[in-house]
Design a protein around this ligand. Structure first.
Ligand SMILES: Cc1cc2nc3c(=O)[nH]c(=O)nc-3n(C[C@H](O)[C@H](O)[C@H](O)COP(=O)(O)O)c2cc1C
Length: 202
């Protein structure tokens, strides 16, 4: 009988230990779950479409950058030497060196969402091989210290080039910021392509 009680006691102790181990590892996994925010600037909807697919893949929060003065079709006419985008483009040799910083009307909302996130996707359309000036407004006024930053772009043909690393030079970051090289998409892309890429982000 004594022997039986001892053996039974050992089995119970083992089972309790297993419950404890699984509980602890479960909590560790829960703590590891990263919070994602997907911020994007999209004047004509292409980047918005890719951003929506990233949101779906990451289960993150999606926020569009709203220009206080929205870009009209005339503003976006790059072949007009007097258009808003041409003037922005010609204000300096690159957006990083320019003083033009279009105002963002929902900046506070973005800053709040970024503050509580671990991973921050930043999406934009490519304008003359670079991120638009308004995306510089964002990175110069929103702390990305300690965050994993993932730039992405959409363009017709030229790809993202150095636009992501150029943005980094002006961003508020720290040694613990992990700035990914990001990805350039051509057009709206498919959910499958986006899912595959998102899986590679750490
Ligand atoms: C002012 C301006 C400049 C552009 N420059 C480029 C460029 O250098 N290379 C390129 O491939 N596409 C260029 N494009 C096309 C956009 O990058 C492309 O259409 C993008 O997907 C638009 O994104 P959106 O719909 O989110 O605004 C330019 C578009 C505009 C309006």
């Amino acid at each position: 009988m004594d022997k039986f009680i001892k053996r039974f006691g050992r089995v119970i102790a083992f089972l309790l230990a297993m419950v404890l181990v699984f509980n602890v590892s479960g909590n560790v996994n829960a703590a590891k779950k990263k919070k994602t925010v997907v911020i994007y600037f999209s004047a004509t909807g292409t980047t918005k479409s890719v951003a929506g697919k990233i949101k779906k893949a990451t289960n993150g929060t999606l926020i569009g950058i709203k220009a206080s003065q929205p870009y009209t079709d005339d503003d976006l006419n790059w072949s007009n030497s007097n258009s808003r985008v041409t003037k922005e483009h010609e204000s300096a040799s690159s957006p990083a060196k320019s003083k033009v910083r279009p105002e963002i009307s929902n900046l506070k909302q973005i800053q709040k969402a970024v503050k509580s996130a671990d991973i921050v996707y930043i999406g934009y359309s490519i304008w003359w091989g670079e991120a638009p000036h308004i995306v510089y407004t964002l990175v110069e006024s929103t702390s990305l210290k300690g965050k994993t930053v993932v730039p992405f772009s959409t363009s017709l043909s030229s790809g993202m080039g150095n636009s992501g690393s150029n943005l980094k030079t002006k961003a508020i970051i720290s040694k613990t910021t992990k700035w990914n090289k990001g990805k350039g998409f051509y057009g709206r892309s498919s959910q499958k392509t986006v899912d595959k890429w998102v899986k590679t982000i750490k």
